[in-house]
Ligand binder design. Sequence first.
Ligand SMILES: NC(=O)c1ccc[n+]([C@@H]2O[C@H](COP(=O)([O-])OP(=O)(O)OC[C@H]3O[C@@H](n4cnc5c(N)ncnc54)[C@H](OP(=O)(O)O)[C@@H]3O)[C@@H](O)[C@H]2O)c1
Length: 316
Amino acid sequence: MADKKIIAVVGATGAQGGGLARAILGDKGGGFTVRALTRDVASDKAKELAKRGAEVVAADVDDPESLKRAFKGAYGAFCVTFFWAHFSPEKELAEATAMAQAAKHAGVRHVIWSTFEDTRKWVPLSDNRMPTLMGKYKVPHFDSKGMANQVFTDLGLPVTFLLTSFYWENMIYFGMGPKKGPDGKLAITFPMGDKKLPGIASEDIGKCAYAIFKKGSEFIGKTVGIAGEHLTGAQMAAALAKALGREVRYNDVPPEVYRGFGFPGAEDLGNMFQFKRDFEKVFCGARNPEFARTLNPSLLTFERWLAQSKSRIPLE
Ligand SMILES: NC(=O)c1ccc[n+]([C@@H]2O[C@H](COP(=O)([O-])OP(=O)(O)OC[C@H]3O[C@@H](n4cnc5c(N)ncnc54)[C@H](OP(=O)(O)O)[C@@H]3O)[C@@H](O)[C@H]2O)c1
């Protein structure tokens, strides 16, 4: 135990960090142990991790000193932020900065920063194809993560930038699954035209991250993009129809219609999908499923994810 390398996992009770924690805990001979960061060490999820062998410690990404304590003595740190908890790109950048500084302070030897593209590199604020949001962003929850890359770089950290993909679990937890239209038929709605959306089972992000830690120095200083599969809306609808045994159609809407749906974050997500649609080659090109499968041989396709998860997709 004593000679095992500790990986401090931010968000260990959540999707990405949870996948990583379970991957490490499931590989007893792998040479790594989990230090799970949580705001509530007494929660059911935290207790479950402790039961499975994780060291569970209290930390809050909004409390830099708690991060420094939690990263102390760790070999690796998995860093992720929680944009949808507050919808603030400034706060997200501050949280990422606090994590980077804590990793520097602790002398962590490998950091994985779960990030996205700063979309303004492709769609400058002057580009009116999509509205500028909050005064200075195109896709706030992407742009702030992309901006934070520089913080990790400037601190000279041994960092791997991990570009993730759309979780297929959004169909379960984020209201993006099939819904009945006025005609009574099920449809999924995305403003993607006929372009492909890289998607992934969120658990696979953690499994890939674990493989990156295990590879040691190979991916330090590199950007690594992962997806389970790239699928058009029509292909996702066809896979859903097959899995559910019901007709499911793809409802392609213009991005401006999606931005107007009115739910919190609709404008941000409308711009995000438009970015993925308009820059399909760049976005898909940065997330190669074949490469992801070399990291994680059990990587799920959408069809295999559906076989495991279809009963959890709420259908009206
Ligand atoms: N949805 C998608 O398709 C998708 C795809 C790729 C990337 N992302 C990005 O993924 C990020 C979220 O990661 P996730 O999905 O793994 O999160 P998640 O499943 O929502 O998990 C959040 C976990 O983080 C912890 N947490 C929340 N606020 C915290 C804080 N202030 N300090 C410390 N821990 C905190 C919570 O744990 P405790 O309650 O135990 O503290 C919670 O269990 C977002 O930034 C999002 O943009 C999302």
